[in-house]
Design a protein around this ligand. Structure first.
Ligand SMILES: [Zn+2]
Length: 383
């Protein structure tokens, strides 16, 4: 089958005009042709690009759509999530997860980096054709509990790891939740687990996170008090959170820093020099929902090697749509342009999840899923 479109983005760049994609019925790319005419070529109005990669999502929180008010700041948001996440029946939660997956697929997503605190998404991973990297999240700020915190997550990880592959990629790793919720000891246990696997962490999502590390002050101090966390052994480093915890991780492990709403130029330079491979995952709609603020995406675009896109969860977003995240970036940072935006949403995301050999770009022998972006920015999934 031969298809063409007004514009084609191959996951990295725009392809020249008069490009035709030859594709098999199962979605495998056979060949990319330039300046050749084929009978029965189907032409689409709009942009064709590879399926989107959503690098940061929490499908297990899908039932919290609309449950947390907007613009209340991160610590109040976390408090709300903790208080409300269990006020739903198992059936309600399951239906919400299934609807969320459906909308992810309809919005052109082919792969997801999904945070798991539970095994709630186990059955979902078997059913559909999405590719999954499940990030089993470790939480525990009290160093005395580090071993117990780690072994709790390890049990969940093992259940994901035992799942058999069908048509889709099922991968998983154990990761730290955030600098304000993981002790140095727990960071080190996580870092030692699988150095070659992918690590993801919520990074510099609020100003309070840096205040905690710089001088042990700010909103997290009252947050700890309110939820009864003993922080007496925590010592401020006088540095940003990122500069501090990076030393507790392995520089060889591919690392995805998520949010980066309060990352500075010094942080970006530091992380680019520290880690062999670092990805800056931005989730702009969630940042607007929680903190009503965006990361300095222009700064990241200038100095970060790899930017990719996430939606975060339905607790902090009105939809799970990579395209909606791109539109928000384009409205606020029009200088970036769609060639780069589409690269972040496809090829870079696939690289972040180590899936670039299969998806993320329109190249022979890959099966990236093809998405049509219509002129009104609505999405049609072609393959
Ligand atoms: Zn998140």
């Amino acid at each position: 089958m031969f298809i063409s479109a007004d514009k084609i983005h191959n996951g990295k760049n725009w392809l020249p005009k008069n490009t035709t994609i030859e594709i098999a019925n199962d979605g495998t790319i056979i060949e990319i042709h330039n300046n050749q005419k084929f009978e029965n070529t189907k032409h689409y109005a709009g942009i064709i690009c590879p399926g989107f990669v959503n690098v940061h999502c929490h499908l297990e929180l899908s039932h919290l759509k609309g449950a947390v008010p907007e613009h209340i700041g991160l610590t109040s948001f976390l408090m709300n999530v903790m208080r409300t996440r269990n006020n739903f029946s198992e059936a309600e939660k399951k239906t919400a997860r299934e609807n969320a997956i459906q909308s992810l697929i309809e919005n052109g997503t082919v792969a997801v980096g999904d945070i798991a605190n539970t095994t709630d998404t186990l059955s979902l991973r078997e059913k559909d054709k999405l590719h999954w990297q499940t990030f089993v999240e470790c939480i525990g700020f009290n160093p005395e509990n580090a071993e117990a915190n780690f072994s709790f997550s390890e049990k969940i990880y093992t259940q994901f790891a035992q799942q058999k592959k069908k048509n889709n990629q099922l991968n998983q790793s154990i990761v730290p939740h955030a600098p304000y919720s993981v002790s140095e000891q727990l960071f080190k246990l996580i870092a030692a687990h699988q150095k070659e696997n992918i690590l993801s962490i919520h990074n510099q999502e609020s100003a309070a996170e840096n205040e905690l590390y710089q001088n042990k002050s700010g909103a997290f101090i009252s947050f700890f008090k309110e939820i009864g966390i003993d922080n007496s052994s925590f010592v401020a480093s006088s540095e940003s959170s990122l500069k501090t915890y990076a030393d507790w991780l392995s520089a060889d492990t591919p690392t995805i820093l998520v949010h980066n709403t309060f990352s500075t130029k010094a942080d970006v330079f530091f992380a680019e020099g520290k880690f062999k491979k670092v990805f800056w995952c931005i989730c702009p709609n969630a940042n607007l929902y929680i903190e009503n603020r965006l990361p300095d995406i222009e700064l990241l675009n200038q100095f970060a090697q790899n930017i990719c896109i996430g939606t975060d969860s339905l607790a902090s977003n009105h939809q799970l749509s990579v395209m909606s995240e791109l539109q928000t970036i384009d409205q606020n940072f029009p200088m970036i342009g769609w060639e780069l935006l589409l690269r972040w949403a496809t090829y870079n995301g696939a690289c972040a999840l180590k899936m670039e050999n299969e998806i993320g770009s329109i190249e022979p022998n890959k099966k990236p899923g093809l998405v049509l972006i219509k002129n009104d920015f609505s999405i049609e999934k072609l393959y």
